[in-house]
Design a binder for this molecule. Structure first.
Ligand code: KG4
Ligand code: ZN
Length: 328
């Protein structure tokens, strides 16, 4: 079995996966302490990972009805992400692997999101186009093998999840804003306001800085009582524009790559309106269940099946990385 850890942001995650991609356990401990700051505080996240990681690993093994004796490979996210947060996962993984002289697979977080679609029983086979949309990333991935992908479009500024989070904050909702904004939007009219979809950005790149500013100005123009009264309409219209901006690039990406299969990954893929909007865009559209869209260690274990693991002790000197891709 593969034991995987993921600590790149504010979720402390561990999972146990069988070698044939059958998931045995997937434990996610959301820290829930960042709400009061309106976003993730890196130092707070690192400290919480430290407090939680051993318990989360023990829980993942217990739920899989497995012990360390059953583990033949340890996998861990090496980047991109918050350096302090990543280090907690990497050091824990190194210690667990070294104690048993096990090999260790260092996994790229974005490769992990793509690999969330490789899990049994509905494992997707490349080639396909994958939209990865999360709080830290928004990109289109041309996936032609299990072991990596080619980024063919990405955001020039904010990530889609960031646009959800910042919009939600302006509307007085808590963090993470995506799910809260989606709930509020259900009671609103999506055509009440028009927000930009970054139509000036051609090709396959995304931009979400403009929409955020547009909401800020709209709230200012409406004034407080009217903004308050029309909160649901504002949320629905704002969400509609983000979803359209994503869908337009997905359509272009499908045309450019000629793939007949589309997958969604990353936290924003949990959004019901986005899932509905892209459902008819390709012959096959695959969206993992919400718990596999947001950050989790099952996807890291899944990617590890297609990564060259390092034997003991070669991984002891491994380091984390904050940005960019490695080994793809
Ligand atoms: O993949 P993820 O868990 O972490 C990162 O790697 O960033 O994504 C978290 C992001 C947050 O910005 C959150 O607001 C967004 O995903 N998100 C959603 C929904 N659920 C999570 N955005 C829109 N609608 C949702 N239902
Ligand atoms: Zn992520």
């Amino acid at each position: 079995m593969i034991l995987a850890l993921e600590t790149s942001c504010d979720d402390t995650c561990a999972a146990v996966l069988e070698r044939d991609a059958t998931l045995r356990s997937n434990v996610i401990s959301s820290q829930g302490v960042h709400d009061r700051y309106g976003g993730v505080v890196p130092e707070v996240a690192s400290r919480h990972h430290l407090e939680l990681v051993n318990r989360v690993v023990a829980d993942a093994l217990a739920r899989a009805q497995a012990g360390l004796d059953d583990v033949s490979l340890v996998a861990v996210t090496a980047g991109p992400g918050l350096v302090g947060a990543l280090l907690v996962g990497l050091q824990t993984a190194k210690a667990l692997a070294a104690a048993r002289r096990l090999p260790l697979a260092a996994v790229d977080h974005l490769h992990g999101h793509v690999a969330s679609t490789f899990l049994a029983p509905h494992a997707l086979e490349p080639p396909f186009l994958c939209l990865i949309a999360s709080g830290g990333h928004t990109l289109l991935a041309d996936v032609r093998s299990h072991s990596g992908f080619e980024p063919i479009g990405q955001t020039l500024d904010d990530a889609a999840g960031e646009a959800f989070d910042k919009g939600a904050r302006m509307l007085g909702l808590g963090y993470p804003g995506g799910p809260a904004l989606e709930r509020l939007a259900r009671e609103g009219d999506r055509s009440a306001f028009v927000f930009p979809t970054a139509s000036a950005v051609g090709g396959l790149d995304f931009s979400f800085a403009g929409i955020k500013t547009a909401l800020l100005y709209r709230l200012r123009d409406l004034g407080e009582p009217e903004s308050e009264r029309r909160r649901a309409d504002l949320a629905a219209s704002y969400q509609h524009a983000i979803v359209e901006a994503l869908a337009i690039r997905v359509e272009r990406g499908l045309r450019a790559t000629r793939h007949s299969c589309l997958a969604l990954a990353g936290g924003v893929a949990a959004n019901g309106v986005l899932r509905e909007r892209v459902a008819g865009l390709a012959e096959t559209v695959v969206v993992p269940e919400p718990a596999l869209c947001t950050d989790n260690a099952a996807m890291i274990a899944s990617a590890a099946r297609h990564v060259d693991a390092l034997p003991y002790p070669d991984y002891l000197g491994l380091d984390v990385y904050a940005t960019g891709e490695r080994g793809l």
